[in-house]
Design a binder for this molecule. Structure first.
Ligand code: SF4
Ligand code: ZN
Length: 317
């Protein structure tokens, strides 16, 4: 081959110019076939994991990023009845939360979809960074996760949705799996799955229809489909422990394509055969109702969300 000449990848389906190569599947695809492939994989994932019925009403948790908007676009294309939920976290480094909200709203408007916005600071008094006294790293993410879960459950319950769909991709799931295995977090390993069933009528079923595709595939899909997403990561993501595991897995993936895929798919297959099978969660008699918000709780009079806000207000006083 002449020096300086470029190798043009060809689509394995039609011979046209490929826009993406997926070495883990030994597959190169052009725009048209890649879009069809992504939709097919998501449809198969929903079916294989019995995520929800064709007539289900889905609440899609959107962050304004590539994964959640790609997911929303695909679910909408597949004909599901969807609504979006954007939670404004009050993270304003470089206007991150405002910018993300604009992207989520722009997508909803462009596609004629309904989006609900919950602004944490407006509803509860302060944004996520102000909740923790250190205002840094994993502590912020811990509080953020708790607040998001509570708001999503509340919105799904009030709106009578059948499930909450989140944009977790295989990179996210494999990184969490590696973290859980390295620390032998048996409880987390038992719970980690493509579907988290509703453990109480007021707690929504959660599904991850992108869990069989890589992060770079959601990004490619968003670009090919012209989805305008927020490119910046949450500034606290650099402190998130899973970032380290993502980097490690990506290194392994470069050396041996398909490592991430086999790791996570192998886990799901082993779970399906009974590995880490769910331990009894405690029967419904263990649940009590939070005296403040009415959501179920497994301990005490207040749920952890209301305890968190009580502590924040107490500290502010
Ligand atoms: Fe929340 Fe942490 Fe994710 Fe940022 S990185 S959105 S603070 S969980
Ligand atoms: Zn509560």
């Amino acid at each position: 081959m002449a020096r300086g000449s470029r190798v043009i990848m060809k689509c394995d389906k039609c011979g046209g110019v490929a826009v993406i190569g997926m070495p883990q599947h030994r597959l190169n695809l052009c725009e048209t076939h890649f879009v069809a492939w992504m939709r097919e994989i998501v449809a198969r994932t929903i079916h294989r994991h019995r995520m929800f019925a064709p007539d289900a009403r889905l609440l899609v948790a959107v962050s304004g990023g590539k994964d959640s908007l790609t997911l929303w676009e695909i679910l909408n294309h597949l004909g599901y009845e969807t609504e979006g939920l954007y939670i404004h976290l009050g993270i304003d480094s470089d206007g991150y939360s405002d910018q993300s909200q604009r992207k989520a709203e722009g997508f909803a408007a462009a596609n004629g979809l309904r989006l609900t916005v919950v602004n944490v600071a407006e509803v509860y008094g302060c944004g996520i960074p102000e909740i923790t006294w250190t205002g840094r790293g994993q502590r912020v993410c811990g509080a953020c996760g708790l607040v998001k879960r509570h708001i999503m459950n509340q919105a799904a319950y009030e709106g009578r949705f059948d499930a909450i769909a989140t944009g977790h991709n295989m990179d996210d799931e494999a990184a969490v799996l590696l973290q859980n295995l390295l620390h032998w977090q048996q409880g987390y390993l038992r719970r980690q799955d493509a579907v988290l069933p509703a453990s109480h009528p007021r707690l929504a079923r959660k599904v991850k229809p992108l869990c069989r595709t890589y992060e770079r595939e959601s990004a490619a899909y968003a670009l090919v489909r012209g989805i305008d997403f927020v490119e910046a990561e949450c500034p606290y993501a650099v402190d998130a422990s899973t970032i380290r595991y993502k980097l490690l897995l990506n290194q392994l993936e470069r050396e041996s394509p398909g490592t991430k895929y086999q790791f996570y798919q192998g886990f799901l297959a082993a779970k399906a055969e009974g590995l880490f099978s769910e331990a009894p969660e405690g029967d419904s008699a263990d649940w009590s109702t939070c005296s403040e918000c009415g959501q179920p709780t497994l301990g005490g009079d207040l749920c952890s969300f209301c305890r968190l806000w009580r502590r924040v207000r107490h500290e502010d006083a």
